[in-house]
Design a protein around this ligand. Structure first.
Ligand code: ADP
Ligand code: MG
Length: 483
């Protein structure tokens, strides 16, 4: 929980997020026009999307299935009857003059998202609802010195608005929530979650209160398009509100904009109430009715989701919670891990995936789908490690080389002659050399300076180019030093 210490005492943050997630679907919510990102302006616009008179919307069944799927993934109630309403407002890029949305009867009701916070705390964030709605078009202000152009490619694209309860208490929790929600959507395949392409955007509601008291008045920051910006917006907004409240002022409920260059928020408009939109059921669309069988069919096709996968990794492979959490953060990453772990020591596999592979990928700015080391190749490296062909130290170098060149481990070990030396005769002669070169230290050791043992091991390993089998080195050294 994030509190802010003001001159008059502590303030607690209360945060609720409304996430707009673009439904993964080839067609729009009420027309057959295409939805591909980055198309030439106004090339994906049907007469319905352009709101030509007399055009009638037809619901896209795929979008409905995706919303139900998402609802099930959020452990939410699926409403077998839901209603599409017109939400009336004027935007230059909203040709209908209204948005078709859902208001009192959304397709999905109450659900929950569980957060695993760093440090081990588990938090449950309530989902208020999920409803389907159309996206608007886009005004282009940078195409002409004095005129604004409108691109209707986005007009009519299916969005899921996923509304959280005001259960979030810090910018950190907001970040974990958004990442978790994004992971769930990606596992489900219902939204690609690419915030930089506008596939996921958040309206951020923030208010402050004295710990334990009722909720205060909130401000809503519109359309924030990265996790980091959401966190910055909350931080700025919380402090702004505390400053006002500490001065004895009151918060005016309003809609604000985030300025990502300055990290600040500013007034956009005073908050309209829902009655201002003159919601009413869209007469062009029948209420949407689903059967329980239909919902059950979709439920059967759900993949194992991050929480369940994590719990399974912990119980099946005895992995630490944190490692399991890193592995399940992305579906492909979890699958990669399971492929490596198959028939091998799972803890070892997890260690290598979490620390070495994910570390190297992050450093290179690549995703798991672009890994130069396949699961099979990493498995091959672990096999060489497990059967003592190479030492742990050498394995790290081999991995680095695999990552850089895409070669498999056996090839690198062969080429560079990195096989571990297990020949006791060869190791013994290296040990003799080291002891001869360090007679002073040997005497100190025998006088009781036992921590010098590590020094001898280090010298032997160095002389052998890291290839001597450490277990054998230890045994022979102990023998020679008379332990
Ligand atoms: P709308 O913004 O459309 O009027 P709601 O009133 O249902 O819709 O609230 C939208 C969002 O605001 C939800 O995510 C909810 O959790 C959040 N919210 C509601 N009250 C508060 C509050 N006092 N402080 C912070 N967030 C709040
Ligand atoms: Mg809102």
């Amino acid at each position: 929980m994030a509190t802010i210490q003001g001159a008059t005492g502590e303030w607690e943050m209360v945060i609720g997020l409304e996430v707009h997630a673009q439904v993964t679907s080839e067609a729009k919510l009420f027309s057959g026009a295409a939805t591909a990102f980055g198309a030439e302006p106004n090339t994906q616009v049907s007469l319905v999307d352009a709101a030509m008179p007399g055009m009638l919307p037809v619901i896209n069944e795929q979008a409905v299935a995706q919303a139900v799927r998402t609802g099930l993934g959020l452990k939410a109630k699926i409403n077998l009857t839901s209603v599409f309403d017109r939400k009336n407002y004027f935007y230059p890029d909203l040709p209908q003059g209204y948005q078709i949305s859902q208001f009192t009867q959304p397709i999905v009701g109450k659900g929950v998202v569980t957060l695993d916070m760093p440090g081990g705390e588990r938090r449950e964030i309530g989902i208020t609802r999920l409803h389907l709605e159309q996206d608007a078009g886009k005004s282009l202000h940078d195409q002409h010195p004095t005129q604004t152009y409108v691109d209707l490619n986005r007009s009519g694209i299916a969005l899921m608005e996923i509304v959280s309860d005001p259960d979030i208490r810090s910018p950190e929790e907001a970040g974990v929530y958004l990442r978790k929600l994004r992971a769930i959507l990606r596992y489900l395949g219902t939204c690609d979650g690419n915030m930089d392409e506008g596939s996921m955007r958040a309206d951020v509601n923030v208010s402050m209160r004295r710990p334990g008291e009722d909720y205060g008045t909130r401000c809503e920051i519109k359309n924030v398009n990265s996790v980091r910006f959401v966190q910055q917006a909350i931080e700025y907004e919380a402090q702004r509100q505390v400053d006002i409240l500490e001065d004895g002022g009151t918060i005016v409920q309003e809609t604000r904009l985030f300025d990502s260059n300055k990290g600040t928020t500013r007034t956009m408009r005073t908050k309209e109430d829902s009655h201002d939109y003159r919601y009413f059921p869209d007469p062009d669309l029948l209420p949407l009715t689903l059967t329980q069988d239909y919902v059950d069919e979709i439920a059967k096709s759900l993949p194992e989701l991050p929480d369940e996968k994590k719990a399974r990794f912990v119980s099946e492979f005895s992995l630490p919670e944190d490692d399991a959490g890193v592995l399940v953060a992305e579906r492909e990453r979890a699958e990669y891990f399971e492929a490596v772990a198959q028939g091998r020591n799972a803890k070892l596999a997890a260690n290598w995936v979490v620390r070495d592979l994910v570390g190297a990928l992050n450093k290179a700015g690549r995703g798991i789908s672009e890994t130069p080391v396949s699961a099979e190749a990493l498995g091959g490296l672990l096999d060489l490690l497990s059967d003592d062909t190479i030492s742990g130290r050498i394995a790290k170098d081999v991995f680095e080389e695999m990552f850089a060149t895409g070669k498999v481990a056996a090839e690198i070990v062969e080429e560079k002659g990195l096989k571990q030396v297990t020949d006791t005769g060869a190791i013994e002669s290296v040990i003799d050399e080291v002891l001869d070169e360090n007679t002073g230290k040997v005497a100190e050791y025998k006088d009781g300076k036992e921590k010098l043992f590590g020094f001898f091991v280090g010298q032997v390993m160095k002389k052998s180019g890291g290839k001597a089998n450490p277990k054998i080195v230890n045994e022979i050294l102990r023998g020679k030093l008379g332990d």
